[in-house]
Design a protein around this ligand. Structure first.
Ligand code: FES
Ligand code: FES
Length: 149
Protein backbone atom coordinates (compact mmCIF):
# COMPACT_ATOMS: atom_id res chain seq x y z
CA UNK A 1 0.00 0.00 0.00
CA UNK A 2 1.33 3.39 -0.91
CA UNK A 3 -0.02 6.87 -0.32
CA UNK A 4 0.01 9.34 -3.20
CA UNK A 5 -1.14 12.93 -3.52
CA UNK A 6 -2.74 13.30 -6.94
CA UNK A 7 -4.58 16.46 -7.98
CA UNK A 8 -4.60 17.66 -4.35
CA UNK A 9 -6.25 14.50 -3.08
CA UNK A 10 -4.68 11.73 -0.99
CA UNK A 11 -5.00 8.19 -2.37
CA UNK A 12 -4.09 4.94 -0.60
CA UNK A 13 -3.27 2.54 -3.41
CA UNK A 14 -2.60 -1.20 -3.43
CA UNK A 15 0.54 -0.98 -5.52
CA UNK A 16 4.16 -2.01 -5.30
CA UNK A 17 6.65 0.79 -4.75
CA UNK A 18 8.43 -0.14 -7.98
CA UNK A 19 5.28 -0.13 -10.10
CA UNK A 20 5.37 2.55 -12.81
CA UNK A 21 3.37 5.60 -11.73
CA UNK A 22 1.56 5.44 -15.09
CA UNK A 23 0.01 2.06 -14.22
CA UNK A 24 -1.11 3.35 -10.83
CA UNK A 25 -2.74 6.42 -12.36
CA UNK A 26 -4.47 4.64 -15.24
CA UNK A 27 -5.11 1.06 -14.15
CA UNK A 28 -5.53 1.35 -10.40
CA UNK A 29 -7.11 4.80 -10.13
CA UNK A 30 -8.84 4.86 -13.54
CA UNK A 31 -7.57 8.34 -14.42
CA UNK A 32 -7.37 7.58 -18.10
CA UNK A 33 -6.60 11.09 -19.34
CA UNK A 34 -2.92 10.20 -19.02
CA UNK A 35 -2.07 7.98 -21.97
CA UNK A 36 0.11 4.94 -22.50
CA UNK A 37 2.14 5.22 -25.68
CA UNK A 38 5.49 3.46 -25.67
CA UNK A 39 6.17 2.57 -22.03
CA UNK A 40 9.89 3.20 -22.53
CA UNK A 41 10.27 6.96 -22.10
CA UNK A 42 10.24 7.81 -25.80
CA UNK A 43 6.86 9.39 -26.57
CA UNK A 44 5.64 11.54 -23.67
CA UNK A 45 1.99 10.45 -23.96
CA UNK A 46 2.18 9.60 -20.24
CA UNK A 47 3.43 13.03 -19.11
CA UNK A 48 2.20 14.31 -15.74
CA UNK A 49 3.65 16.92 -13.40
CA UNK A 50 5.47 16.02 -10.22
CA UNK A 51 6.05 19.07 -8.03
CA UNK A 52 5.42 21.15 -11.16
CA UNK A 53 7.99 19.37 -13.36
CA UNK A 54 6.75 17.59 -16.48
CA UNK A 55 7.80 13.95 -16.24
CA UNK A 56 7.07 10.78 -18.15
CA UNK A 57 5.08 8.74 -15.66
CA UNK A 58 6.01 5.42 -17.27
CA UNK A 59 9.57 6.12 -16.16
CA UNK A 60 8.81 6.98 -12.51
CA UNK A 61 8.37 4.34 -9.82
CA UNK A 62 5.26 5.03 -7.77
CA UNK A 63 7.30 4.83 -4.56
CA UNK A 64 9.46 7.72 -5.75
CA UNK A 65 6.38 9.93 -6.05
CA UNK A 66 5.34 9.45 -2.40
CA UNK A 67 5.30 12.78 -0.55
CA UNK A 68 5.24 14.74 -3.80
CA UNK A 69 2.47 16.62 -5.55
CA UNK A 70 1.34 14.80 -8.68
CA UNK A 71 -0.85 16.59 -11.20
CA UNK A 72 -2.55 14.83 -14.09
CA UNK A 73 -4.59 16.32 -16.91
CA UNK A 74 -7.70 15.77 -14.75
CA UNK A 75 -6.21 18.16 -12.19
CA UNK A 76 -5.50 21.01 -14.59
CA UNK A 77 -8.25 23.64 -14.13
CA UNK A 78 -10.89 23.77 -16.88
CA UNK A 79 -10.08 27.44 -17.52
CA UNK A 80 -6.30 26.98 -17.57
CA UNK A 81 -4.79 29.23 -20.29
CA UNK A 82 -3.11 26.26 -21.96
CA UNK A 83 -6.38 24.34 -22.19
CA UNK A 84 -8.09 27.40 -23.66
CA UNK A 85 -5.27 27.99 -26.14
CA UNK A 86 -5.46 24.36 -27.28
CA UNK A 87 -9.15 24.81 -28.05
CA UNK A 88 -8.80 28.25 -29.61
CA UNK A 89 -5.94 27.14 -31.89
CA UNK A 90 -7.57 23.74 -32.60
CA UNK A 91 -4.29 22.01 -31.86
CA UNK A 92 -5.07 18.26 -31.70
CA UNK A 93 -5.42 16.02 -34.71
CA UNK A 94 -6.01 12.46 -33.44
CA UNK A 95 -5.59 13.88 -29.93
CA UNK A 96 -3.74 10.93 -28.41
CA UNK A 97 -0.58 12.83 -27.46
CA UNK A 98 -2.25 15.97 -26.17
CA UNK A 99 -2.84 15.39 -22.50
CA UNK A 100 0.91 14.87 -22.25
CA UNK A 101 1.63 17.87 -24.47
CA UNK A 102 -0.63 20.09 -22.36
CA UNK A 103 1.01 19.00 -19.09
CA UNK A 104 4.46 19.84 -20.51
CA UNK A 105 3.26 23.19 -21.87
CA UNK A 106 1.62 24.14 -18.57
CA UNK A 107 4.80 23.28 -16.68
CA UNK A 108 6.87 25.38 -19.10
CA UNK A 109 4.61 28.43 -18.77
CA UNK A 110 4.59 28.19 -14.98
CA UNK A 111 8.37 28.53 -15.07
CA UNK A 112 8.78 30.76 -18.12
CA UNK A 113 5.76 33.00 -18.72
CA UNK A 114 7.18 34.29 -22.03
CA UNK A 115 9.01 31.37 -23.65
CA UNK A 116 10.92 31.74 -26.90
CA UNK A 117 10.58 29.25 -29.75
CA UNK A 118 13.72 27.51 -28.59
CA UNK A 119 12.45 27.38 -24.96
CA UNK A 120 9.32 25.72 -26.33
CA UNK A 121 11.23 23.26 -28.49
CA UNK A 122 13.48 22.32 -25.57
CA UNK A 123 10.65 21.91 -23.06
CA UNK A 124 8.42 20.00 -25.46
CA UNK A 125 11.15 17.65 -26.71
CA UNK A 126 9.90 14.88 -24.39
CA UNK A 127 6.55 14.83 -26.22
CA UNK A 128 6.20 13.28 -29.66
CA UNK A 129 3.21 13.88 -31.91
CA UNK A 130 2.77 11.28 -34.64
CA UNK A 131 0.28 13.57 -36.40
CA UNK A 132 2.82 16.39 -36.60
CA UNK A 133 0.88 19.12 -34.80
CA UNK A 134 4.10 20.84 -33.70
CA UNK A 135 3.46 24.20 -35.44
CA UNK A 136 0.06 24.51 -33.76
CA UNK A 137 1.49 23.43 -30.40
CA UNK A 138 4.04 26.23 -30.64
CA UNK A 139 1.39 28.78 -31.68
CA UNK A 140 -0.89 27.71 -28.85
CA UNK A 141 1.86 28.07 -26.25
CA UNK A 142 2.63 31.61 -27.46
CA UNK A 143 -1.11 32.33 -27.46
CA UNK A 144 -1.47 31.08 -23.87
CA UNK A 145 1.54 33.20 -22.84
CA UNK A 146 -0.06 36.31 -24.33
CA UNK A 147 -3.38 35.57 -22.62
CA UNK A 148 -1.66 35.11 -19.27
CA UNK A 149 0.18 38.42 -19.56
S1 FES B 1 4.35 6.00 -22.51
FE1 FES B 1 5.75 7.06 -21.27
S2 FES B 1 7.10 8.02 -22.64
FE2 FES B 1 5.79 6.82 -23.91
S1 FES C 1 -2.40 14.61 -32.47
FE1 FES C 1 -2.14 12.55 -33.07
S2 FES C 1 -0.32 11.94 -32.05
FE2 FES C 1 -0.45 14.05 -31.67
Amino acid sequence: MIKLNINNREYQVEAAADEPLLWVIRDRLQMTGTKFGCGIGECGACTVQIDGEAVQSCQVEAGDAVGKKITTIEGLPENHPVRNAWLEKEVPQCGYCHSGQIMSAASLLAKKPKPTDSDIDEAMAINICRCGTYPRIRQAIHHAARKKA
